[in-house]
Design a protein around this ligand. Structure first.
Ligand SMILES: C[S@@+](CC[C@H](N)C(=O)[O-])C[C@H]1O[C@@H](n2cnc3c(N)ncnc32)[C@H](O)[C@@H]1O
Length: 279
């Protein structure tokens, strides 16, 4: 069963066919992945309902529906988040930003944190999880994504205020009072259509494109709002594409409100997050 599912996924050029076949099987049977692999190796059969469900999910995955949409969940920074149509699936590389955020918020008394472009709430919830004393607000423009963020706040039991609206005008009552702004904005250059069908066909367009040929229109606009929200000495962290590791820091320097503008690589060594301190 696993071997046949892996072959189907391999033929469809799914990047990690065996792992996906195992995760889908574990999802259908309702046990952890190592256990489902053990049962498959022992030749334990699925019942008819499980078998039908599994074949259906493997077919959908072969059609390049994101794995996380099929299981309904994404692991992110130690949290189990609900995801599906209408919301950006959180990525492992964004955990780099979370680590920098935890470092910035740790040691501050009741740090005030605003996460712009919250999506599923991934960053906002991860920061609250790691720094429980922080007050965290998430802001997301898409009603569909906002609904997922509200759901994830309930699911994780983390006390984060999820707001819906344009992040470029967010937090009017917080101006000059925020210790840390995190942001994973849309940053793909216009016209640079993602190759992976999972991204191109399933992540919402509003989550992907940065609004200009270099993809930096929205990231720069988010940084401008962050400069109004942050107190002097407050920290901004913005994720970016691996091609923007010099251009985004240069754009922040040009705003003339930041000091100590530095860029940070993700775990694969690619430029990923710009950090800046409000003057
Ligand atoms: C790349 S996704 C990041 C989502 C989440 N922070 C994460 O890291 O998984 C960008 C998010 O920004 C949202 N967005 C786009 N324009 C926005 C705006 N003007 N104000 C607030 N959110 C916006 C999109 O809907 C999407 O959820």
């Amino acid at each position: 069963m696993l071997r046949e599912a892996t072959r189907v996924l391999q033929t469809a050029e799914v990047p990690s066919p065996r792992v996906d076949a195992e995760i889908l099987l574990a999802h259908v049977v309702g046990v952890a992945r190592p256990e489902v692999v053990r049962r498959a190796l022992l030749g334990q059969p699925l019942d008819e309902a499980e078998h039908t469900a599994y074949l259906g999910l493997v077919d959908e995955r072969a059609a390049r529906v994101p794995l996380q949409h099929l299981t309904g969940a994404a692991s992110f920074a130690g949290l189990d988040l609900a995801v599906g149509p209408g919301v950006f699936v959180p990525r492992p590389e964004t955990e780099t930003l979370v680590e920098l955020a935890v470092e910035a918020a740790t040691g501050l008394d009741d740090a005030m944190v605003v996460d712009l472009c919250s999506g599923s709430g991934a960053i906002a919830l991860a920061v609250k999880h790691r720094v429980p004393s922080a007050q965290v607000v998430g802001v997301e423009v898409s009603p569909e994504a906002h609904a997922w963020a509200l759901h994830n706040a309930l699911r994780t039991g983390l006390d984060v205020e999820m707001r819906q609206g344009d992040a470029r005008a967010a937090g009017e009552e917080l101006l000059g009072r925020v210790d840390l702004v995190t942001c994973n904005p849309p940053y793909i250059p216009l016209g640079a259509v993602p190759v992976d069908p999972e991204v191109r066909d399933h992540d919402p367009q509003v989550a992907l494109y940065g609004g200009s040929d270099d993809g930096l229109h929205l990231p720069i606009a988010m940084a401008a709002r962050a400069s109004q929200l942050l107190r002097p000495g407050g920290v901004l962290l913005v994720e970016h594409a691996d091609t923007q590791g010099e251009t985004l820091p240069a754009a922040l320097d040009a705003q003339r409100v930041w000091r100590e503008v530095t860029d940070h690589a993700d775990l694969t060594g690619r430029p990923r997050v710009t950090r800046a301190v409000r003057r």
